[in-house]
Design a protein around this ligand. Sequence first.
Ligand code: PHE
Length: 343
Amino acid sequence: MDIFEKIKDILSSVEAFKIEDKDSLETYRLQFIGSKNIIKDLFGEIKNVANERKKEFGQEVNDLKLKAEQKFEEAKASLEDQDSATSYAVIDLTAPIEDPMVGSRHPISIVMNKLIDIFARLGFTVAEEREIEDDWHNFTAMNTPEDHPARDMQDTFYLKDSTVNLLRTHTSSVQSRVMMNTKPPIRIIAPGRVYRNETVSARSHCQFHQVEGLYIDKDVSFADMKQTLLFFAKEMFGPNTDIRLRPSFFPFTEPSAEMDVWLGTDTDTTRRLTKGTGWLEVLGCGMVDPKVLENCGIDPEVYTGYAFGIGIERSAMQMYDINDIRLIFENDIRFIKQFAPIV
Ligand code: PHE
């Protein structure tokens, strides 16, 4: 066959070649584009072409090469387009999202918020203060001077760089700060984290949470406190909840009491939390000691008040059937996930 005929022949095979998918694209590439393609062979034939036609030959082979390459590029691009078009088509935009990772509230936050809600309805507002306290606000102002044996009740973490700074052992330190700055009537609750140097076990931890309450006005009585706490217990633990007040001692209140809530002994958790008695210790309370009012610049002849400090962990453990306080601080995702998602 004449060499010029051969060029035409290959050109018509290029034009006639049907590229329909990736396989046929590859076959085409091997034949016309790849390193051993038939067009390349043609270039070698130039030595057999008469001199006056060499230029014409060169142009035609080049033309053929460009056409073959152009067809390849176009086919490749259109196959890629189809590819992405089909992958878009399989996405159903109306389908629900798979397992959205919604966070949940920590049980301590749930209980604290519930408590804040209850007292907010009685007109208490939230007061927040520092966790690193000084000795005066945590102890001395609260009628617990340095050599007072009551300091042993609360094993304190003192900060290394200073003997006056410590991690607050109770939220009662907020009482002194608020009283120093506010003219009565005062009606606050102070939620927060507190620290005590205690051995960590299933029942106790070196950090925990309290909500402090303080009410100071003219003619505030023990009976007012009892009614307020009974209301709180019923809102928190259910309308049939029973409470009892046991005489107790705190340096900053006189008289002082501890309030227990009746949980019964029906489940393992209630037996454990109540040490088998059925009564859960929920809070400490009492009438603010006149000495404390005086320390904080409030005239005890004019004003009286009550205060209480509620431990959060025990209530949370009771409400959610948590049998080990350490779970609360480990933040294991398998534990946290079990609580109501934030919506
Ligand atoms: N601060 C006491 C405690 O941590 C609780 C308390 C607060 C008692 C207020 C009486 C009044 O145990």
